[in-house]
Write a protein that binds this ligand. Structure first.
Ligand code: SAM
Length: 377
């Protein structure tokens, strides 16, 4: 099989911080961008390191032993992350997801979770606090994460078959350990658990039904399995449109054996379309980022490991908040910057990609996009 890998260059370029604008009408908690999208959801990457080498995310050929990771001094400290998170919460954020890299590799991550769990919205409510993990360390850490105040987890798992899974994570990591992690998370009360499977045509589509059967039979409604379309994030995975399996095909494939009924979205801006098993034994979700872009509902903002803010998974530039933080800016100055960044936002990468001719989307020069392992999935 032809496999194209594009060497990684440092793409962490900064966009200039936008000048604060006239703030009339921009009140804390009511931020809207140029397309009327509210800011409610913050993803925080806590490390650029991962112990897996999934070819669609951190291919071994690029992220090899010579790859230079961020030095510890470049990472935001837990105190810096919490301070920024508080500013974002004052501006309307209600949900925080920790990600990476592999977030459970960050030492003492429980301490950060404790600090974030203590934050309150302006009306005194706790945040929706969750974390996305590859599950490799979850069996060991689930109880401590729950005790620290984490509410839920999302576990990434691309196959049930051990050989396929070992090949996909490219570190020979066994599937049994991830399954044990999911069991431990459920036992610790980190539910409802979501399991995310990236479907790459020609690699793991034969795993769709075994995954569906396994999770509904073992966990029923306590684990929601979600199928993600393989995306053209970053610039190193050699993405091709013909390797994307459209969500509509995934749903049809499952429904041929296990009848499905459409469900309403459970929250505005939800990325997944939900389907219930007709026999009542749980539900699945599909995330159609390529074939049915959902930019117009995007209320997410990403904070990179070293404190850059990215408005889109496909962005090529971030806004450096660490510089402000470490330069002595007070909370009001940080809040003003966040308001400027969000209110000037107008991106809708995936919708525009969907309008481009196929031969331009596929195989064209790789845009200078940051890697997902750097800004967090
Ligand atoms: N290490 C954690 C994990 O495995 O969940 C968090 C970071 S990972 C970048 C977050 C999610 O992004 C995972 O579910 C992963 O499968 C997904 N992902 C990475 N590259 C992707 C791609 N090209 N298309 C679709 N999903 C991708």
């Amino acid at each position: 099989m032809a496999f194209r890998v594009i060497p990684l260059v440092d793409q962490r370029r900064d966009a200039p911080l936008p000048a604060p604008r006239d703030e009339e009408g921009v009140r804390a908690g009511l931020l809207q961008d140029r397309l009327g999208r509210p800011l409610t959801d913050l993803r925080i990457s806590v490390t650029d390191r991962c112990n897996f080498r999934c070819s669609y995310c951190m291919p071994k050929e690029v992220f090899d032993k010579n790859h230079v990771y961020l030095p510890h001094s470049a990472l935001l400290s837990f105190e810096e992350i919490t301070r920024l998170a508080r500013v974002f919460v004052d501006q309307g954020v209600r949900k925080i997801r920790l990600t990476g890299g592999e977030p459970l590799l960050r030492k003492n991550i429980e301490h950060l979770i404790e600090q974030l769990a203590a934050l309150r919205t302006p009306d005194g409510s706790p945040l929706d606090l969750t974390l996305t993990t590859n599950g490799s360390l979850l069996a060991r850490k689930a109880h401590a994460l729950r005790a620290a105040g984490l509410q839920r987890v999302t576990v990434s798992l691309d196959a049930l078959d051990d050989a396929v899974f070992r090949r996909m994570n490219d570190m020979d990591f066994p599937v049994a350990d991830v399954l044990a992690g999911i069991d431990a998370a459920r036992e610790a009360g980190l539910g409802p658990i979501k399991v995310n499977m990236v479907v790459k045509r020609g690699t793991n589509e034969q795993e769709i039904l075994p995954m569906a059967r396994h999770f509904r039979e073992r966990h029923g409604g306590d684990v929601v399995l979600r199928f993600i379309e393989y995306m053209d994030v970053g610039a190193t995975n050699g993405w091709r449109m013909d390797e994307v399996m459209p969500s509509a095909d995934v749903v049809a494939h499952i429904a041929a054996e296990l009848p499905l009924l459409p469900l309403e979205a459970s929250a505005p801006g939800e990325t997944a379309q939900r389907w219930a098993y007709a026999d009542g034994r749980g539900e699945i979700g599909v995330i159609s980022s390529v074939t049915q872009a959902f930019c117009r509902d995007c209320s997410r903002l990403r904070l990179s490991t070293e404190g850059r803010v990215y408005l889109c998974l496909f962005a090529s530039q971030g806004h450096d908040l660490r510089q402000l933080l470490r330069g002595g800016a007070d909370d009001e100055a940080l809040a003003r910057t966040v308001r400027s960044i969000w209110t000037q936002r107008g991106d809708r990468y995936s919708e525009l990609r969907a309008r481009r001719p196929a031969d331009e989307v596929d195989g064209g020069p790789a845009p200078r996009r940051v890697e997902m392992s750097y800004i967090g999935g």
